[in-house]
Design a protein around this ligand. Structure first.
Ligand code: ADP
Ligand code: MG
Length: 154
């Protein structure tokens, strides 16, 4: 398994990673975003979405709505925050099949998917490394392993 570890000394570095991710994703891809509350999962997602829409786009956290959808230069993006999901099957009510069929899915709290977590995915784990510093670990699984391994992350 190919893993890339990236230091993110400030929020600008996280935003730059979001832009790089946006440049390698295609419809049908899923990114599982892991890390504690405040680790920067939503900040990374926001930068990614802005990089493929416009820099001042409204990108609210899907904390309460569980999902936000966007039309972007790389096709639809569905941004999920599944923290409040009561069980895996509830994602179908959020439009999961449509998301998987035609969109890039960015998924915070992917463990909530249980057995529905797809084998082909990019895993991004964000960790605190000081008040304004974070560390990101990227791993490509299944068909996305090669894409993570060959992309330029720096
Ligand atoms: P999560 O979605 O993982 O709960 P958020 O992205 O909502 O986390 O919150 C991250 C918080 O940390 C934001 O307030 C953001 O401004 C702050 N922050 C500080 N430094 C960084 C960094 N290097 N990367 C991402 N966020 C950072
Ligand atoms: Mg969040």
């Amino acid at each position: 398994l190919h893993t890339v570890t990236l230091p993110l000394p400030d929020e600008a570095a996280t935003a730059a990673l979001g832009r790089r991710l946006g440049a390698v994703l295609r419809p049908g891809d899923l990114v599982a975003l892991r890390g504690d509350l405040g680790a920067g999962k939503s900040a990374l997602s926001r930068a990614l979405i802005r990089s493929v829409t416009h820099e001042d786009a409204e990108v609210p956290s899907p904390t309460f709505t569980l999902v936000q959808t966007y039309d972007t230069a790389i096709g639809p993006i569905w941004h999920f925050d599944l923290y409040r999901l009561s069980g895996p099957d509830e994602v179908y009510e959020l439009g999961w099949d449509d998301a998987r069929a035609e969109a890039v899915a960015l998924v915070e709290w992917p463990d909530r998917l249980g057995p529905l977590l797809p084998p082909d995915r990019v895993e991004v784990t964000m960790e605190h490394d000081g008040p304004d510093a974070r560390r990101a670990t990227l791993t490509g699984h299944g068909t996305l392993a090669a894409r993570v391994a060959t992309a330029d992350w720096t």
